[in-house]
Design a protein around this ligand. Structure first.
Ligand code: SME
Length: 157
């Protein structure tokens, strides 16, 4: 499924009245299946206490269900308010291992302006799996999911 197809799939889910959690699950499932280099694909949601909590995911279960802002790649992306694309996790110190096989990791924020709703986190067993078109596609999906968060907060889904 291309990113355009994936976004159309989410539009259809929402049009059917699917709640936010179903939209997030559908996004994670389809994103994971969209690229053989994605070995773990999930969403962490940011709560008002500054803790990321694991939402829907596909892949091996992880011990990192709660991550504080500033911790690991996930928490650092929130602290620095930006996408983090780590080509080789063995070269960074602030890393929380989900699987010893992980080599590269991409974290893209789901945000509406200054408001960070959460993030898409993808791990790959391949070094530097996340090339520029892949990052762009995941960022487009994150923008689409941000709209779902806003709709849910306004009671539209
Ligand atoms: N590697 C992440 C933790 C999440 S697991 O990869 C699923 C990090 O360093 O924050």
């Amino acid at each position: 499924m291309s990113i355009d197809e994936l976004i159309a799939h989410l539009d259809a889910l929402e049009a059917e009245g699917a709640p936010l959690n179903r939209v997030l699950e559908g996004a994670v499932q389809a994103l994971h299946e969209s690229d053989a280099r994605f070995h773990w694909t999930g969403i962490y949601e940011l709560f008002d206490d500054g803790i990321l909590r694991l939402g829907p995911f596909v892949g091996a279960p992880t011990d990192h269900v709660f991550i504080g802002v500033g911790n690991g790649v996930c928490g650092t992306a929130v602290a620095e308010r930006r996408t983090l694309n780590v080509p080789d996790v063995r070269e960074i110190t602030n890393y929380l291992a989900c699987s010893t096989e992980t080599r590269s990791e991409l974290v893209v924020l789901i945000r509406s302006g200054e408001r960070i709703h959460g993030q898409i986190d993808i791990d790959s067993h391949q070094v530097a799996a996340f090339d520029a078109p892949t990052v762009k596609a995941v960022e487009r999906l994150a923008e689409r999911l941000a709209r779902s968060y806003v709709a849910a907060s306004e009671g539209r889904s």
